[in-house]
Design a protein around this ligand. Sequence first.
Ligand code: DHE
Length: 552
Amino acid sequence: MKLKIGLSALVAMGLMGSMAVADDIKLSPQEMKKATQIYFDRCAGCHGMLRKGALGPDLLPKKTRQMGTETLEYIIYNGTPGGMPDWGASGELTKEETKLMAKFIQLDPVSPPEKSLGDMKKSWKLLIPPEKRPKKPETKRNWRNYFGVVLRDVGKVAIVDGDTKELVSIVPSGFATHILRTSKSGRYMYAIGRDGKASVIDLWMKKPQNVATIRVCNDARSIDTSKAKGYEDKYAVVGCYWPPSIVTLKGDTLEPIQIVSTASYTYDTGEFTREARVASIVANHHKPEWVINVKETGQVWLYNYKDPRNPKIHMLMAERYLHDGGWDLSKRYFLVAANARNKVVAVDTKEGKVEAIIPTGGTKPHPGRGANVDHPKYGPVWCTGHIGSNDIVCIGTDPAHHKKFAWKVVKDIKLPGVGGGNLFVKTHPKCNYIIADRPVNPDRKLQTQLYVIDKNKLEVVKTIKVPEKYVKEREVTVNGKKVKVKPRGPVHIEFNKDGSEFWVSVWGNKLVPSAILVYDAKTLKLKKAITGDWVRTPTGKFNVYNTMYDIY
Ligand code: DHE
């Protein structure tokens, strides 16, 4: 979650006192190898594989050499108020690693690797062929109310029973696993790692496990499945950051079918962009189409997968940089954040056109999937928070019956205190509230609270402080050294199937177990803390039923 922070801001923060040009920097082959790995794992997501910048600023030597090792080291270690994580202070990188990275980013960028369909096939593992899998659910558990929980920094997925809160299974997944999605039937749960490793878990097994895995690219963030009638559970699709591409796979086996490059021209200035990364993907429930958002070019691709070897792609010119988004209540319009322009793009998937581009009034919209409300005055609205400002804004989405409010910000709800730091908002049709987190606000108090927004009033009616015992600093011994680690605070909200509970993760460090907190969606009281040695760096949580039907 790194944000643009200009040189002037750094000067203002007193970090650019010594604008000395760095001396010649030399790294040994081992140091280069280590730094390259850390860069592609931790930094490329925001600063780009080629270091040309995206959500975070560019890290090209012209600028970084001006800043010098000391300033860069300080920023990498402590983070910035704009959203750059405190990699050192949070314990994710050691002091030595912080210094190494400060030097590395002053050298010329390293060429990132390519990947062919043949390379992918070499990594493909069909662990349990479809004919050897259960013919019906082997479990008596209510598997449609399972939660898949990303255990990010340990590269695993936990399957937790939403009824009993028991751990059902722990399944290995890709490096720094990012998100999970389900097939239309809900039977299969898909994970994507930041290393481009896709896995499919069979939830019908008594103890769910991976039935196939494949590494389709070197850097990825999104995965989804075919959800249209006649195509249920048939295909999966991965959106890659590097090589920038869309990879279609067979849904049950993950056998690769097609790869399409997204490198193209920016929608506005027509400049060629090699690093045109695939951000969010969402499956259309009404037709065999994925909505694919290409970050740097600002294009939305309506990707028809009816004949996946010969896909039909309808390119829409939208806005930059496209990131995350979700359906409106009717599932006709897809709303996606163009975070660099502080706008939201509404795509009409029925007509196949950009319906509206809406300035949000906030800084760096970051909706996750967003939150839908059927409001008594404004009609159906979709809400998003912002990383860079304290605005949760709701946009009218019903031009047919509420024309006056359609594609306008009907309400700007201010979170208390200064600064943004919100990453996710979530609701459920049965719940009266939208819940918002704020894990990347630098203020500790604001970071460790949840914000409750009343759906009728569209205002914050309560803040929930996460009990101190779950977010307090702890000391652990690593390789004989004492290290202090502090969880960031609650992150990502997900409701259970009937909307009576919402779950949040305490975003801890992998060195110590943290917790998944379960709140009653009516009383807003903490019902249960799911704990255990396995609860390491829980982040995103995906309820099977809500993910099958895109309920948010
Ligand atoms: Fe995410 C969604 C990209 C960092 C947790 N994140 C998304 C999507 C994209 C994206 C493109 C939309 C996927 C979709 O819907 O198909 N995320 C990125 C990054 O590039 C970024 C900023 C930096 C990086 O290096 O990866 C990044 N994301 C994070 C985190 O640090 C988070 C908070 C914790 C984690 O586990 O990594 C995180 N991102 C999530 C989650 C979603 C997500 C939980 C899905 C939200 C949902 O409710 O559907």
